[in-house]
Structures are given as C-alpha cells and as structure tokens.
Design a protein around this ligand. Sequence first.
Ligand SMILES: NC(=O)c1ccc[n+]([C@@H]2O[C@H](COP(=O)([O-])OP(=O)(O)OC[C@H]3O[C@@H](n4cnc5c(N)ncnc54)[C@H](OP(=O)(O)O)[C@@H]3O)[C@@H](O)[C@H]2O)c1
Length: 280
Amino acid sequence: MAKNLQDTTALHNGIKMPWFGIGVFKVEEGSELVAAVKSAIKHGYRSIDTAAIYGNETSVGQAIHEGIQEANISREDLFVTSKVWNADLGYEATLAAFETSLNKLGLEYLDLYLIHWPVKGKYKEAWRALEKLYKDGRVKAIGVSNFQIHHLEDLMGEAEIKPMINQVEFHPYLTQKELITFCRTHDIQMEAWSPLMQGQLLDNPVLQEIADKHGKTVAQVILRWDLQHGVVTIPKSTKEHRIVENASVFDFELTQEEMDRIDALNQNHRVGPDPDNFDF
Ligand SMILES: NC(=O)c1ccc[n+]([C@@H]2O[C@H](COP(=O)([O-])OP(=O)(O)OC[C@H]3O[C@@H](n4cnc5c(N)ncnc54)[C@H](OP(=O)(O)O)[C@@H]3O)[C@@H](O)[C@H]2O)c1
C-alpha cells in the first residue's frame, strides 16, 4: 500500500512506477499546462500521463525540463507515460509515432508507452513495435489502455512480452471487478483513468458522508479508494490547490466497510467510450 506520493509499485519487469500521478487530458499546449505540470512536480508528483492525441506533448516536455531544474531532481526521478494513437497502430507506424512523441517531449526515453485503444486487427502489430522499443531500451515499460479481458487474452496469446500496465476507466461508478482480478492474476498493474469521473461524482452523498467522517474531500476519498484497491491513479487538475488536495491521501485509511460501500456504488457507468464499441 502506497505510503506517500512518491511510493512506487514494481511492475512485472521490476520497473518502479509511482502509484500516483497527474493526467493532462484536455489541457491544450501552453502556459496553463506548463504551470500545472511544474506545480505537480514542485508538490512532489513524480508521474505524468500524456498521449499523442492530447496534442500537448511539447508543453509537457517543457514543463518536465523546467520542473526538474526547479525541483532540483533529475529526469530519472520522473515517470513519463505517453500513448500511441489509433491512426498510428501498425509496426512501422507505431515506431514512427514513438519517435514523434519522444521528440515533442524532448526526452531520450519514455518510462511507459501504451497502446491507447484496442483497435481490432491493429493492436498486435503495434504491440510488436512496443516490444522492439522495450528491447532496444527506448522505453522502460510497455502496456495497453482500454483493454478488456478478451483483448488481453488475445494479445497475450501471441505476445512475447506481457503488458505491464492496463490503463482503463475506473471510478466508483465503474469498478471493473473482473478486470482487476484478471490483471492481478496475470501480474498486470491496473491504472485508473478518469478516477474522479471527470468531476461528476463529487456530489455523491455516500462519498460525501465518508469524506466528512475523515475530514477529507470526496476527491480524496475516491483517490484513496483507488490506492487501497491497488490501482495506480492519475487525476487531472490544472489548479494548484487541487493538485495539492488530490495528493493529500496518505494520512488516512478507509475501513473495509467504507471500501465495500464505495464498491457498491458501481453502475457499470462509463464517461468514456466502450472499448468494445468505439469508432475512432
Ligand atoms: N487512456 C485513456 O483512454 C484515457 C482517457 C481519459 C483520461 N486518461 C488519463 O487520465 C487522466 C485523468 O482523467 P480525466 O482527466 O479524464 O478526469 P479526472 O481526473 O477524473 O477528472 C478531472 C476533472 O476533475 C476536476 N478536478 C480535479 N481534481 C478535483 C478536485 N479535487 N475537486 C474538484 N474537481 C476536481 C478537474 O478540473 P480542474 O482541472 O479545473 O481542477 C477536471 O475537470 C487524464 O488526464 C489522462 O491523463 C486516459
């Protein structure tokens, strides 16, 4: 169980990934993004999640370079994730997309590179490219995103290297019980996207009651619930006070009863697309 913001989980290849990070979906290139990521680094975050399709890798890279200098840490202290977009799934196309992301970020390696969506008929070729990037030392860990159990089984049937991560939509209205169990069994670390359900869960009365009991906010309760489930979490905020708030989850513990109450909120409700039925 994570004890502080910089605590890590060991992926199945031994690489250490922080349990907690910041996501930057829907934040455009520019000063707001640079300030947010630098603020996160200043406040002790060590993991940053971006993607080619977010169109903000250049600003993320700028923030990383400025942020590590200001915090007096080194590149190796950070864990940087990006993802290959659907249009670039294919062996050569994925290799090229990786170089583009790396160039935009201004980095020499990535810590984690993910296949963003399980596009039918395309993700296996892309995975071969990720395996090559991993073997060549260009990326410390490789994984997938939005993969259901059947996608993982299909991929692992042919893959040489098993994914280290599966990053999926996960929050109290979408608890992904079977997927968590499957990933745990196969030593694939689960990672939550939209952990706060993009801000739409914050007035839930059950979560509010639990939050009040601990003197915490609903966001903090949800993020703590992620960690107690052994799920890596990457809430997004561009507001410094929320960046700090979200990471202040290491000084309280949810009881088993509270965990069960939050689990019982599940409605299999998605804010994002269904990985079995998307057309982009
Ligand atoms: N792999 C994928 O397909 C995929 C898909 C979606 C997202 N992701 C990743 O997951 C990250 C997180 O998901 P997300 O950005 O979709 O949603 P999220 O983290 O669940 O929620 C972000 C929203 O909640 C607000 N917020 C954050 N902290 C808050 C707090 N303490 N109190 C009240 N409101 C708060 C933010 O607003 P402010 O910024 O104004 O604070 C923002 O509107 C993304 O940024 C991205 O890196 C991956």
